[in-house]
Design a protein around this ligand. Structure first.
Ligand code: ARG
Length: 461
């Protein structure tokens, strides 16, 4: 970055800014990523000023062309960013003025960097939410595809990470899908509050020029204008809300990650994560590590941390704008980058995940996963549930002692526990019988999973 000394606000100052303070207070190193939205906001503001007669049409045209040139310079890497011009807003305005002269100096009429920056972040975040939703939908689609394909693959379902009851793999995928549906809804809901225009609030109290805020809002695609100027320039709740939605989404991805890491281990061996998503070890030749899910699990920590940063940033601030708010950007940007990256890699990884159906089914045969089915069978034959529970518990104990599953005992043995048991018991003791019996909306039966996957596809936003 080159040094440039003329600060737009230098009029009342007699001494130059201390060199370290200049660097310490500057945000251009990180807020320059707002340049596109800053330019779009400036163009709309200039057009509105011309519309109400504060700028001439010719001045507006000059500003437009000048901003196009600034944009081209930035995009081609020729733009000289200057730390002494503090932030993206003053850098762009200074360059515009250098290019077009007096008309450039008129652009800031009726606005302040306070409403400008709030507008920029909202425009930027709105676009980012839209592109995050695209990645999220890709991941959801990959889960639905897996659920459809594996609607009848049987795996052990766990509670307390102990084998509980058999479930279908497709059902398990759709559980993840449901979490992501709520995440998409949260983001869409947050977007409504992001898409409100602060411009016109100026520094804090509004402006004495005859501005038409609705006009600018329409040009920028905002759904409405902020009702209160003090609120508009000061609160960052929309960014906090986004980070909260992101933290929940990352928390969901982190849970998926934990499962994938377990499933890819030699002990579970339920799935194979393709080589392209794994790395090896520099010392242990046999290793293939599930780095992608591990990193996503790890990155969840920093997203959660950024949420707390922003909450803490906000909590002590009196109305209206305070420079503290400049600290909103790095956490917010990092949340956006981390979330979008995590979703992208997850969508790709899930689309190429290999499922080891035989291993999952074998694992489901361990741990007496059909014990509940035997209890339900006894209940159907008139045994009260609590008694049935006790009977099956005893049968399980025999199984543990003799290292056999319930289905491996013969009829006479089972009948010692209850005389209502007959030959038809062996149907309910199979994995297929167990999952197929859970045949209602939200249940794990293959037919239900297939139908749920079809509904899921039509529910995609
Ligand atoms: N870079 C500043 C920020 O991000 C822009 C607003 C500065 N306003 C001011 N009055 N110093 O918040």
């Amino acid at each position: 970055m080159t040094e440039q000394t003329s600060k737009p606000w230098a009029g009342r100052f007699t001494e130059p800014t201390d060199a370290f303070v200049e660097a310490f207070t500057a945000s251009v190193g990180f807020d320059q990523r707002l340049f596109r939205h800053d330019i779009a906001g400036s163009k709309a503001h200039a057009q509105m000023l011309a519309h109400v007669g504060v700028l001439s049409e010719a001045e507006c045209q000059q500003i437009n062309n000048g901003l196009d040139q600034v944009l081209a310079e930035i995009e081609s890497g020729q733009f000289q960013w200057s730390v002494s011009l503090e932030d993206v807003h003053m850098n762009l305005e200074a360059r515009l003025t250098a290019l077009i002269g007096d008309a450039g100096k008129k652009l800031h009429t009726g606005r302040s960097r306070n409403d400008q920056v709030a507008t920029d972040i909202r425009l930027y975040l709105r676009d980012e939410i839209d592109s995050i939703q695209v990645e999220l939908k890709r991941l959801q689609t990959a889960l639905i595809d897996l659920a459809e394909r594996e609607h009848d693959a049987i795996m052990p379902g766990f509670t307390h990470l102990q084998v509980a009851q058999p479930v279908t793999f497709g059902h398990h995928m759709l559980a993840w899908f449901e979490m992501l549906v709520r995440d998409a809804q949260r983001l869409a809901d947050c977007r409504k509050r992001v898409n409100i225009m602060p411009l016109g609030a100026a520094a804090l109290a509004g402006t004495s020029y005859p501005i038409e805020r609705e006009y600018t809002a329409k040009l920028l695609g905002f759904d409405g204008v902020s009702e209160n100027s003090l609120d508009a320039v000061s609160d960052r709740d929309f960014a906090i809300e986004f980070c909260a939605a992101a933290a929940l989404l990352m928390t969901h991805l982190s849970r998926f990650s934990e499962e994938l890491i377990l499933w890819a281990s030699a002990q579970f061996d339920f799935v194979d994560i393709p080589d392209s998503f794994c790395t090896g070890s520099s010392i242990m030749p046999q290793k293939k590590n599930p780095d992608v899910p591990e990193l996503v699990r790890g990155k969840t920590g920093r997203v959660n941390g950024h949420l707390v940063s922003l909450l803490t940033l906000m909590k002590g601030q009196p109305l209206a704008y305070n420079k503290d708010n400049q600290e909103d950007k790095e956490p917010l940007f990092d949340v956006i980058d981390t979330l979008r990256g995590s979703l992208k890699v997850y969508a790709d990884m899930m689309a190429s995940l290999l499922i080891k159906r035989d291993n999952m089914e074998r694992a489901a045969l361990q741990g007496f996963s059909t014990a509940t089915d035997l209890a339900d069978y006894l209940v159907r034959k008139g045994v009260p549930f609590r008694d049935a529970h006790e009977v099956v518990g005893k049968a399980v104990r025999l199984g543990v002692e003799t290292s056999r599953d319930l289905a491996e005992m013969d009829l006479a043995e089972l009948q010692k526990f209850s005389d209502v048991i007959s030959e038809d018991v062996f149907e309910v003791l199979t994995l297929q019988g167990s999952v197929s019996a859970r045949n209602h909306i939200g249940g794990t039966a293959p037919a239900q999973v297939k139908a749920a996957a079809a509904r899921a596809r039509s529910r995609l936003m």
